[in-house]
Design a protein around this ligand. Structure first.
Ligand SMILES: C[S@@+](CC[C@H](N)C(=O)[O-])C[C@H]1O[C@@H](n2cnc3c(N)ncnc32)[C@H](O)[C@@H]1O
Length: 240
């Protein structure tokens, strides 16, 4: 997958996404990441990309033309152009999965007080990270790229890492434990030590349901069909 980020602050992207899982995925060629500055598409000697808003108001806006030219330079038939924007569709795992299937993403980062509104028709989708205001779209782009990279085949050595994570099947993840078996008097649940994978799976699923009910009941309410695994269903039938 190729992801291009249009930003005047390319170092923010590069610094955030050169280590850990994303850094390794880039080295392995699973994700190709590029940044392109709108400054490259200016014609004045100061490479001006921002200007004051018409009608007054605080701060500066990114000018439409450098963004337009940057998009035009990068866009191919397979591209999806995404604008980071507080008014956009809120980013979540479902959207991450949709975007992860695209061959080429172009993420446009607003900055300062935003962008000249005439650029919006040039983008395919506006995406927000949530109901708060960030300084620029760069951090939003980094979050999206991180979530999308995790979903690419080959990012993790073992398959299935992401399939048991929170938001899969509208559930949060079950609690997890590592060594030592007893930490400050607190024991790891015995079921996790007994080596019976069916029982462990059933326990994890039950825990995930309880945790989701407690922390995010909306996930269950919004789910048309929360995933109930076979092993769990059998147990429920037996209990009846
Ligand atoms: C300081 S913000 C501009 C906010 C704008 N004046 C408003 O009130 O909606 C600058 C840029 O950061 C990005 N941004 C800010 N908050 C965001 C959010 N919640 N999600 C995605 N991008 C955001 C957008 O690209 C935005 O154009």
């Amino acid at each position: 997958m190729k992801i291009d980020v249009i930003t005047a602050f390319g170092d923010l992207i590069e610094n955030a996404l050169s280590q850990s899982i994303v850094g390794r995925a880039r080295k392995a060629g699973i994700i190709k990441l590029g940044t392109l500055s709108p400054r490259e598409f200016t014609e004045d000697k100061h490479h001006t990309i921002d200007d004051r808003p018409y009608g007054g108001g605080p701060g500066m806006l990114l000018k439409a033309e450098p963004l337009y030219r940057a998009i035009k330079k990068l866009r191919k038939k397979t591209s999806l152009v995404v604008m980071t924007s507080p008014r956009g569709q809120v980013f979540n795992q479902t959207l991450a999965k949709k975007l992860a299937k695209k061959k080429h993403l172009i993420i446009v980062c607003g900055h300062y007080e935003g962008v000249d509104a005439r650029i919006y028709p040039e983008v395919d989708l506006e995406v927000s990270l949530g109901d708060y205001i960030l300084t620029g779209g760069e951090l939003a782009a980094c979050v999206m790229i991180d979530a999308i990279t995790r979903l690419q085949p080959g990012t993790f050595k073992k398959d299935g890492v992401t399939s048991s994570e929170s938001f899969e099947g509208n559930l949060l993840e079950a609690p997890q434990y590592t060594r030592p078996e007893v930490w400050r008097g607190k024991k790891v649940p015995a079921v996790l030590l007994n080596g019976n994978h069916k029982e462990i799976e059933a326990w994890k699923h039950e825990q995930a349901l309880q945790i989701t009910k407690k922390f995010r009941p909306d996930l269950l309410e919004n789910a048309s069909q929360p995933k109930v695994k076979k092993v769990q269903r059998k147990k429920q039938i037996r209990r009846k």
